[in-house]
Ligand binder design. Structure first.
Ligand code: XMP
Length: 507
C-alpha cells in the first residue's frame, strides 16, 4: 500500500491532512517533527511527505526541517509553517507580513503547474499566518501562487512545493483537487480502504469491558447519542446512560431528551438533577477556563455519585471528538485553545477507566456513523451543543436569572431559524448573554438591561467557520421578538467574525 505521511509541526489541522488523504484512499499517518531519514526508510512504499502548519514563526528557530529527508528524492509539500520551513531551506527571507492573513483570502495561481492542474486562475483559500516569504534569487524557484497584495503564497522548486494557505480545510476551494494533484505528483496508488469502524469498535469495546458496566453521560447531542448506540450495540443493557441535569441546558432540552431516548429509542436513561450543585460551585466565577474546569469536575463528581450505586461500573464513556482533543492541546504539540470539558477538565483521580470510542472522528464522520447505527437524519444534523452548555454562553458570572433570560432568547432564535427552514444552511446558531448592561428606551422609559449576541456560523467540522450571511429582514424579526418578548434584554448584536481569528463559542 502506498503512503504519504504528515510531519506534525503543531497546526490545529494536522490530523485533518491525514484524514483528507485517507478519504482519497491513500494511507497516511502523523509523525512528530523529530521524524528522521532512518524512520522514513522504515516505511514501506513511502511516496510523499507533507510538512504540516504550526503555531510558531520559522524565525523563532524552534523547529526545523530535517534536510536528510531530501535524500529520499520524493515530493515534499510544505503547508503554511511547512512552506516557511522549506523557504528557509531555500534561503528565502521570512519576515512578519505587513498584514497578517486569517480567514478567507483570494489567490491567483499558475495553473499550468501540476499542483494546480485543472483549477481556475483565481480562487479562495483559508489563510492563518502572519509571515511573508520573499526570495532574492529565483533561479531555482518557481512562484506558483500570489495573494491580492502580490505576496508569494506558493512556490515549487524541483520536488518541493510550498503553500502558505491550508488546502486541508473545507473553506479552501478545490481542497480535494489540490490533494488529488499532490497524490498524482507523488505517483501514489489510491488503494487504501478503511475497515468498518462499527465492527472494529464493537469488538474492541466487548474485549475491553467484559461483563462490567459502562456509565455514559447523555447530553442530548449527537456525539453522546452515537456513542451510546455504539456501546449499546456492543454490551446491551450493561450500558447505563445517565442524564446529568446541570441547570445549563437550553429550554425544553430535558423534556426533548426524555421523549427521544426513553420513549422512542427505548434506552433506560437515568435522569439525575444536579443543577443546584453546579450553580453553587459556579457562583461568582467569571474566568472561562475556570468555569470549564468546574463544570468538568462537577460532572465527574456527579458521575461518581451515580456510579457508586453500581458496584461493577468501572468505565466512563464520553463522545469526545478529535476537535475537542486538538483544541485542548492534546493532539501532538498543538496549543491549548480552550479546555473542552470532556478533555481538559478531567481530574487525574478519575476513579473510572475512560472510554472515548469516537475520539479519532470529526463531526461529519460521527454523523455518518450515526446513520449506520440507525439514527434519523433530522436528529443527526442537529447543531452541535457544547458539554458546558449555557455556562459558556453566559459571559462572566452565571446566575439562574441570566440563564433563564438566555434560554428564552435562544429559544426564539431557534424558533425563527426553524420557521425559515434554515437549519440545514446554518451549522450552528445560538445566543450569548453578554456580561454588561447597556442603556435603552422602551415605551417612554429608560432601560438598563443586558445586551445579547447572536452567533450563526457555517462550517463542516467546527475547526474553521465563517459567519452566516443572515438576511437582514429575518434578523430584524429575531431582534424585535427577543427585545419584546424577553424581559432583561434591550439590545441584540449580530456576530460577524470567522474562526479563526475568533472561536465559535465565546468562552
Ligand atoms: P470553538 O468554540 O472551539 O468550538 O470554536 C468548536 C465546536 O466545538 C463545540 N465546543 C464544545 N463541545 N465540549 C463539547 O462537547 C466543549 O467543551 C466544547 N466547547 C466548544 C462548539 O460548540 C463548536 O461546535
Amino acid at each position: 500500500m502506498d503512503k504519504i505521511i504528515v510531519i506534525d509541526y503543531g497546526s490545529q489541522y494536522n490530523e485533518l491532512i491525514v484524514r483528507r488523504l485517507k478519504e482519497l484512499n491513500v494511507y497516511s499517518e502523523l509523525y512528530p517533527s523529530t521524524f528522521s531519514l532512518e524512520d522514513a526508510k522504515n516505511i514501506e512504499n513511502l511516496k510523499g511527505i507533507i510538512l504540516s502548519g504550526g503555531f510558531d514563526s520559522v524565525s523563532d528557530h524552534s523547529l526545523s526541517f530535517n534536510q536528510d529527508l531530501l535524500e529520499l528524492n520524493i515530493p515534499i509539500l510544505g503547508i503554511c509553517y511547512g512552506m516557511e520551513l522549506l523557504s528557509n531551506y531555500l534561503k528565502a527571507k521570512i519576515n512578519p507580513a505587513k498584514n497578517s492573513e486569517y480567514g478567507r483570502s483570494e489567490i491567483k495561481v499558475d495553473n499550468s503547474l501540476p499542483i494546480f492542474k485543472n483549477l481556475p486562475l483565481n480562487f479562495n483559500v483559508w489563510m492563518s499566518h502572519s509571515d511573508s516569504v520573499t526570495f532574492d534569487d529565483l533561479t531555482n524557484v518557481n512562484v506558483i501562487a500570489k495573494n491580492k497584495n502580490d505576496e508569494i503564497v506558493g512556490f515549487s522548486s524541483s520536488n518541493l512545493i510550498g503553500l502558505l494557505f491550508h488546502p486541508e480545510v473545507n473553506n479552501t476551494d478545490y481542497s480535494k483537487e489540490i490533494f488529488l494533484n499532490f497524490i498524482d505528483i507523488c505517483n501514489a496508488k489510491r488503494d487504501y480502504i478503511s475497515p468498518s469502524f462499527v465492527e472494529e469498535k464493537v469488538k474492541e469495546i466487548r474485549e475491553l469491558v467484559g461483563n462490567n458496566k459502562i456509565i455514559l453521560g447523555l447530553s442530548g447531542g449527537v456525539d453522546s447519542a452515537v456513542c451510546a448506540l455504539l456501546i449499546h450495540r456492543a454490551i446491551g443493557d450493561n450500558l447505563i446512560p445517565v442524564f446529568i441535569d446541570h441547570g445549563l441546558n437550553r429550554k425544553y432540552e430535558k423534556e426533548e431528551l426524555e421523549e427521544r431516548f426513553v420513549n422512542k429509542l427505548g434506552l433506560k436513561v437515568l435522569m439525575k438533577d444536579f443543577s443546584n450543585l453546579f450553580l453553587d460551585r459556579l457562583k461568582g466565577v467569571t474566568d472561562p477556563e475556570t468555569k470549564r474546569k468546574i463544570i468538568g469536575s462537577t460532572f465527574i463528581d456527579a458521575f461518581k455519585h451515580v456510579a457508586s450505586e453500581y458496584k461493577d461500573a468501572k468505565f466512563l464513556a464520553q463522545g469526545t471528538l478529535y476537535t475537542d482533543i486538538v483544541e485542548s492541546g492534546k493532539g501532538g504539540i498543538s496549543k491549548v485553545i480552550k479546555s473542552h470539558h470532556n478533555v481538559g477538565g478531567l481530574p487525574k483521580d478519575l476513579g473510572f477507566s475512560l472510554l472515548e470510542p469516537l475520539k479519532t472522528l470529526y463531526k461529519d464522520n460521527v454523523r455518518s456513523l450515526g446513520k449506520e447505527l440507525g439514527l434519523d437524519e433530522a436528529f443527526l444534523y442537529r447543531q452541535p451543543f457544547p458539554g458546558p452548555g449555557l455556562g459558556i454562553r453566559v459571559i462572566g458570572d452565571i446566575t439562574k436569572e441570566k440563564l433563564d433570560i438566555l434560554r428564552d432568547a435562544d429559544f426564539i432564535l431557534r424558533e425563527e431559524v426553524a420557521k425559515n427552514h434554515l437549519e440545514n444552511e446554518i451549522w450552528q446558531y445560538f445566543a450569548v448573554l453578554l456580561s454588561d448592561k447597556t442603556v435603552g428606551v422602551m415605551g417612554d422609559n429608560r432601560t438598563y438591561s443586558y445586551a445579547l449576541a447572536i452567533r450563526c456560523v457555517t462550517s463542516i467540522d467546527g475547526m474553521t467557520a465563517d459567519f452566516y450571511r443572515f438576511d437582514y429582514e429575518k434578523l430584524a424579526k429575531i431582534s424585535t421578538r427577543i427585545v419584546n418578548e424577553v424581559k432583561g434584554i434591550n439590545r441584540v448584536l449580530y456576530d460577524v467574525t470567522s474562526k479563526p481569528p475568533s472561536t465559535i463559542e465565546y468562552e
